[in-house]
Ligand binder design. Structure first.
Ligand code: DAH
Length: 357
């Protein structure tokens, strides 16, 4: 086939297609015309393409270009006719009909773990009360976990059976427990401190005060570790929220009102706070904090006025400043609010449980 014949055939085809598209009376007729000219398998344009193979070798580039131009022109003519016929949806209509009344398929979205949500919320509430967030390491030395917190060497809280001491370079840690009669509270070799997984977030109080002068107004939230057998209210790893405020003239009333505001914001509604006398080495006086919500009292943790020995351990002057501290269980507050009766649920990773938050 000559190039001239190929071109004139294509021109004729384009003209005929344009006429037919223009003449199509409805969507069905237009679709029939589309199949006739543009059908992928046996459309007439497809047929005409075969002519390409028969033109002379030198004419191939020109023939190919002509073919592409005509193809584009026919497609454009179809698109134009389609638009004119208002049959823009013809292609969609060719698929299964869309039923807007069918319920959608909801994608399964993940979300933050309930404890993470609680931690975020507690940070938010305390942030509004002016407390900034401080962090500390989960692997601690005895100075931060005990000594600077006024917990002497022979104190039962330091028993290796009550803590996760770490064996470092073949040395079993925590072996100094029970050494009696030591004159100072700091009998740890500073070059070889005994390490343990922190048993409380009170460690962060020390880390913050060591590094900044008063006033201090921080909270710290994080994991703590104790070798407890897991049951409905215990787990060997759990979370605490620690609060510390140091300033001039801080009183127990400040502590109580802060905790009350905090509990009211988290639980919502009227929450009563009750202090029961208690003992912690790092506070004097010390209290257990109970909160009443929906007519039930629950134990939330401990609190008190920071012991002067703690202030001295970090170089603060207890004659100049005072402060309060508190430490509450995150699992406890979260479980209470959501009526979770077994804190092990938080760690089972059962989506049927987690999905509910
Ligand atoms: N660290 C204590 C515990 O784990 C809780 C606690 C009590 C923290 C009194 C405090 C505090 O800051 O003042 O049982």
């Amino acid at each position: 086939m000559s190039l001239a014949a190929f071109i004139s055939d294509l021109d004729a085809l384009a003209a005929e297609a344009a006429t037919k598209f223009a003449a199509a009376a409805d969507a069905a007729a237009l679709e029939a015309a589309r199949v006739e000219f543009l059908g992928a398998k046996s459309g007439r344009l497809k047929d005409a393409q075969k002519g390409l193979g028969t033109v002379g070798k030198d004419d191939k580039p020109a023939a190919g270009k002509k073919f592409n131009d005509v193809k584009a022109a026919i497609e454009a003519a179809f698109a134009e006719a389609q638009e004119r016929a208002g049959a823009g949806g013809a292609k969609v209509a060719a698929g299964p009909p869309f039923d807007p009344t069918q319920p959608g398929l909801r994608p399964r979205l993940g979300h933050l773990h309930p404890l993470t949500q609680t931690i975020e919320e507690l940070k938010d509430i305390m942030g509004r009360l002016g407390f900034t967030v401080a962090h500390g390491p989960e692997i601690e030395d005895e100075r931060h976990n005990f000594e600077a917190l006024n917990i002497p060497k022979a104190h039962p809280a330091r028993d290796p059976l009550e803590n996760f001491y770490l064996a470092v370079a073949g040395k079993v840690q925590g072996s100094g427990f029970g050494v009696q009669g030591s004159s100072s509270t700091s009998n740890t070799d500073p070059k070889n401190p005994e390490l343990l997984l922190r048993s409380q977030t009170s460690t962060v109080q020390i880390r913050v005060m060591e590094n900044q002068p008063p006033p201090v107004r921080i909270i710290s939230l994080g994991r703590v570790y104790r070798p407890d057998t897991a049951d409905a209210t215990h787990y060997p790893m759990f979370h605490q929220i620690e609060g510390l405020l140091i300033d001039k003239h801080v009183t127990m009333a400040d502590l109580k009102s802060t905790l009350r505001l905090f509990a009211g914001s988290y639980f919502g509604g009227e929450v009563h706070i009750r202090f029961r006398p208690s003992f912690f080495p790092f506070t004097e006086p010390s209290v257990e904090v109970d909160m009443q919500w929906n007519d039930r009292w629950i134990e939330m943790g401990g609190a008190g006025m920071v012991d002067p020995n703690v202030l001295r351990a970090v170089g603060y002057d207890p004659e100049e400043v005072s402060g309060f501290a508190f430490g509450l269980g995150v699992e406890r507050v979260c479980a209470r609010r959501h009526q979770v009766t077994d804190i092990r649920e938080f760690y089972r990773n059962d989506v049927r449980f987690l999905e509910q938050f």
